[in-house]
Design a protein around this ligand. Structure first.
Ligand SMILES: [Zn+2]
Ligand SMILES: [Zn+2]
Length: 234
C-alpha cells in the first residue's frame, strides 16, 4: 500500500530532514503521516523534524512525533495550536539525550505548561552507573505563547533559571558564545519576553473549541526556525 505520493515521500529525506511543515491541513493527514512514519526506516543521522504551520494540537503533534523512529535532534513545532505538554512528554523523554532544539513559539502554552516543560528539559538524570547527565536541549523558542515570564522565572528552581539565556548574544542552535559556557550549559530562549496576552489556564483550553484561523505565514521572527525550506529536500 502506498501511503505517500512520490512528492510526499521526498519529505522524508535520507539526510535526516523530515519536512512536514504546512502539509497537514485536513485532520486525516495526521493519521496518514503517522502511519507512513512508522513504516519509514529512518537514517542513523540525527533527525530534524519540521511540523510547523500545521494547526496541530498537542495530541496531533504527539501522534506524529511518536511515530518517528531514530534520534530526534530538533523539533520544529512553531505556529501550531499546542496548549498542553502532557501528550508530548513521552516524546521529550524518549529523545531527552539527543533533543537539542525545540521550537514552540506561536502556540498556546501557559505559564504552568512552560514551567513543566523547563523542569523536564532542564532536569538532570543519574545513570545506573551513578553518572549525572543533563538533557541536551540548548535551544528553546517560546515566544508568542501565553506565558507570564516574570511569574515563570519566580517559580523555576535556580539551577534551571540560571541556565536560561533570554538575551540574544549571537548564539545559534549549533554554537553557544555565552560567557561561562564551559561551566553552564545554557538553554537559550531568546524573545521569551514577547508573549501574547497572558490568560488563565482554563481560558486557554476553552478557546480550543473555536479554532483560530490558520496562523499567518509571515516570517516575523522565525528566521532561524524556517531556515530549512522545502528546497533543501532534493
Ligand atoms: Zn488535551
Ligand atoms: Zn550561548
Amino acid at each position: 500500500m502506498d501511503l505517500l505520493t512520490p512528492s510526499d515521500a521526498e519529505r522524508l529525506h535520507p539526510s535526516g530532514l523530515i519536512y512536514l511543515a504546512n502539509v497537514m491541513r485536513p485532520k486525516q493527514d495526521i493519521g496518514r503521516w503517522s502511519q507512513a512514519l512508522r513504516q519509514w526506516r529512518p537514517p542513523r543521522t540525527p533527525l530534524r523534524v519540521h511540523l510547523e504551520n500545521n494547526s496541530l494540537d498537542e495530541h496531533d503533534a504527539a501522534e506524529i512525533l511518536q511515530a518517528i523512529g531514530g534520534d530526534v535532534q530538533a523539533g520544529y513545532l512553531h505556529h501550531n495550536n499546542i496548549r498542553s505538554l502532557e501528550p508530548l512528554t513521552p516524546f521529550i523523554e524518549q529523545h531527552w539525550e539527543t533533543l537539542k532544539e525545540l521550537h514552540l513559539s506561536h502556540n498556546r502554552l501557559s505559564t504552568t505548561e512552560t514551567k513543566a516543560l523547563l523542569l523536564l528539559l532542564g532536569c538532570t538524570k543519574v545513570s545506573a552507573a551513578g553518572a549525572e547527565t543533563a538533557g541536551s536541549c540548548s535551544w528553546l523558542r517560546l515566544e508568542f505563547n501565553h506565558i507570564d515570564v516574570d511569574g515563570l522565572l519566580e517559580q523555576l528552581p535556580s539551577q534551571i533559571k540560571n541556565r536560561l539565556q533570554l538575551g540574544d548574544r549571537g548564539c545559534t542552535p549549533r554554537h553557544c558564545c555565552c560567557q561561562g559556557r564551559r561551566y553552564t550549559k545554557h538553554i537559550h530562549c531568546k524573545f521569551l519576553t514577547e508573549q501574547r496576552t497572558i490568560m488563565p489556564e482554563h481560558k486557554i483550553h476553552h478557546r480550543d473549541q473555536r479554532r483560530e484561523p490558520a496562523p499567518s505565514r509571515s516570517r516575523c521572527q522565525d528566521d532561524e526556525e524556517t531556515q530549512d525550506n522545502p528546497k533543501t529536500v532534493t
